[in-house]
Design a binder for this molecule. Structure first.
Ligand SMILES: [Cu+2]
Length: 323
């Protein structure tokens, strides 16, 4: 009896040491692979959230993600304001085509506009390849101020995408030209996520602007953004939703003017004073819904689109969150 007990105890100890050894080896290999860990899609599916981090004109994120509904947690650890926009690319077009045929055209066009040669600048955009008009914006986060985290949920079909940010540095150069554009493969494997429970419904359209259907309270809130329609605005992109917290010195007119990237003073670092961008849902096609989740403190806020003169399109809506 005693010997069996001892045997069991010893074997228990052996298996325990073995387990510790495995765990240790596992830890070691994780450690040496620390940078790649973020890129491991299996790792990411564990908590069902796709992490994106920006430190310096980059998107640190996995190369491949599942299709279906995905929550993206975008952490802006840089000193600039950013967003991420997901673009579905036409069949056969890759990052190589973007680097050779798209980015140089936007760079030279913007340079001319910045030099005060607007007409020549806009004419330059006519040099974009014909297939560029087939690129579909399928969502992403709204603008996010330095040090903030935005959480956005969108549904993606399998395919080849580009993730980009086209906010401008203070010298007028697009972030996408500085490295904030990358490929993203959406695999056939479907995520098991389901749509979020909504607290606040927002409709957006070219005809009615932003329409908020529910009252907004403090605390953790999930907004559902329904794109009743989508059009191409004067800045060549569609309307979207950006949530902004206002502090006392915020100037709404300055914010209204800042939302136009085709203006040399628009969508450029630094962002207007007194505004903190808290994310939102980037451009999506007609009929789509995207979600964003945010913790609201009491205060004054704005929902605004990144289009020229949003207030004139009913795309600048202020609201107050009470105590
Ligand atoms: Cu950026």
């Amino acid at each position: 009896m005693k010997s069996i007990k001892t045997y069991l105890l010893v074997s228990k100890q052996i298996s325990l040491s073995f387990l510790i050894l495995i765990a240790f080896v596992g830890l070691q290999s994780c450690k040496s692979d620390k940078d790649r860990e973020v890129d491991d899609p299996i790792q990411l599916q564990k908590d069902n959230v796709i992490q994106i981090v920006t430190e310096n004109m980059d998107f640190q994120m996995p190369d491949t993600i599942p299709s279906g509904w995905n929550t993206f947690r975008y952490k802006n650890l840089s000193p600039q304001t950013h967003f991420f926009l997901v673009d579905k690319y036409p069949q056969g077009k890759t990052i190589k085509d973007v680097r050779t045929l798209v980015i140089p055209v936007f760079d030279s066009g913007m340079k001319l506009i910045n030099e005060g040669k607007s007409e020549e600048g806009f004419a330059e955009f006519g040099k974009l390849p014909e297939w560029f008009s087939e690129v579909v914006f399928v969502g992403g986060s709204g603008l996010i101020s330095p040090g903030n985290i935005g959480e956005t949920m969108i549904k993606l079909d399998p395919g080849y995408y580009m993730v980009e940010c086209y906010v401008k540095m203070n010298n007028g150069v697009f972030h996408s030209s500085m490295g904030m554009i990358r490929e993203l493969i959406v695999s056939d494997k479907v995520s098991e996520n389901t749509e979020l429970t909504t607290d606040i419904r927002i409709n957006i359209s070219s005809t009615e602007g932003i329409v908020i259907s529910d009252s907004i309270h403090r605390g953790l809130q999930t907004f559902a953004v329904f794109y009743k329609d989508q059009i191409v605005h004067e800045n060549f992109v569609g309307h979207d939703i950006n949530l902004v917290r206002l502090s006392g010195n915020a100037d709404l007119e300055a914010l209204d003017n800042w939302m136009n990237w085709t203006d040399p003073k628009g969508l450029i670092d630094p962002a207007p004073e007194g505004v903190t961008f808290l994310g939102g849902v980037n451009d999506m096609p007609t009929g789509s819904t995207g979600y964003f989740t945010v913790t609201l403190e009491p205060g004054n806020y704005v929902l605004i689109s990144e289009v020229p003169n949003p207030s004139s399109k009913n795309m600048l809506k202020t609201f107050t969150v009470s105590e």
